[in-house]
Design a protein around this ligand. Sequence first.
Ligand code: UDP
Length: 409
Amino acid sequence: MAKIKLSDYAKVARPQNIDEIMLLAERLQGKTIKMVNSTNTGGGVAEMLHRIIPLYNDLGLKVKWDVIKGNNAFFNTTKAFHNALHGKKEEITQAMLDAYVETNEDNSKELTFEEDYIVIHDPQPAALINLKDKTKGKWIWRCHIDTSHPDPRVWDFLNKYVSRYDASIFSAPSFAKELPIPQYLIYPSIDPFADKNRELSQSEINDVLRKYQIPTDKPIITQVSRFDYLKDPLGIFETYKLVRKHVNCRFVYAGGTASDDPEGTQVLHELQERAANEPDFHILLLPNFADVAVNALQRASTIVMQKSLREGFGLTVTEALWKAKPVVASAVGGIPLQVIPNFTGVLVHSAEGAAYQIRYLLNNPAVMKKLGEYGREHVREKFLMTRTLRNYLLLFLSLQHPGEGLIKL
Ligand code: UDP
């Protein structure tokens, strides 16, 4: 496939967006950027970085992406942080805090920070800020987590680091915190040309369904998510049982595990045990980089679910909306920014609610079609990658002009 260029996005995104990007990039020529996170596969952050970095390069801005290294003790700690920041009760010991600090120190010795803008993603590498005084760049902490109700102990611990950055970025207004540094709101986004979102032919979709042995004899209701309790796979199974009392359909829970998530296998086994005698509840363990498979499963679905208990933004919702699918999703994290009730999808608060809405939709194809159409336009307007790129460029530029009320472009 030919390399996708920024100009190609004018065909699907709003063309004004592309003009703005070019203008902003001109003002940033020669600048360098570093992105740091903790995994290059699995999860939404890695997904977005893979897609957006080539566009920066296309604009003449050099971006380097580094992934921090850590052992099990570190990733167990950061997973507990992740859960606790999402409001889940977690035991955090002093040894865990020590593992966090030590791993960040070890990584500090390996990494260099000579760039003009350093974007640190999520809590895992946040303590790299200790190097700030030795660098010339502006440091930005990009939080992808729903921090609206964090465990105060973990937030206070992280806050010591976060408050030393030059700026922070959150994904939704409700995630913003009391901080002494500027906070910016930037929505995550999807790439319409990525294998995960591009148009697929019917034969490509059929190949995937055949490979994963999903017959097309009944409506398919799908959730694509990592095997993580916060994605509520057991709640999906409960929903399936409730729906199946009235409607004959299949459910698919498809996901992989991320290298920075040690809980995945346990969650997978628990779900497999629950669904052992249910041939119409399909559990698919996807390999990394199964993008066409994810795309095909979403496109083959009659309804896409995202029944998360907590959610950062929920890129899977964005992906499904872009494919004009009716979405039934929990009203958590960034999902309500995407799913406007009964306009771009349906919001639910329980397995019972989800089951009720799925039954209603399956009986009302015209409603499903309308939700899908509006959902796609909502994504075009707000959640395509070009919009994120534009907002980052604006942020970089504004950091070049601290304290100036008006920046002339
Ligand atoms: N994803 C994937 N394979 C999987 C599970 C998820 O490619 O097995 C993708 C999914 O399509 C989406 C991203 O990983 O692009 C997950 O992002 P989201 O914001 O929904 O959740 P996160 O995993 O970051 O909590």
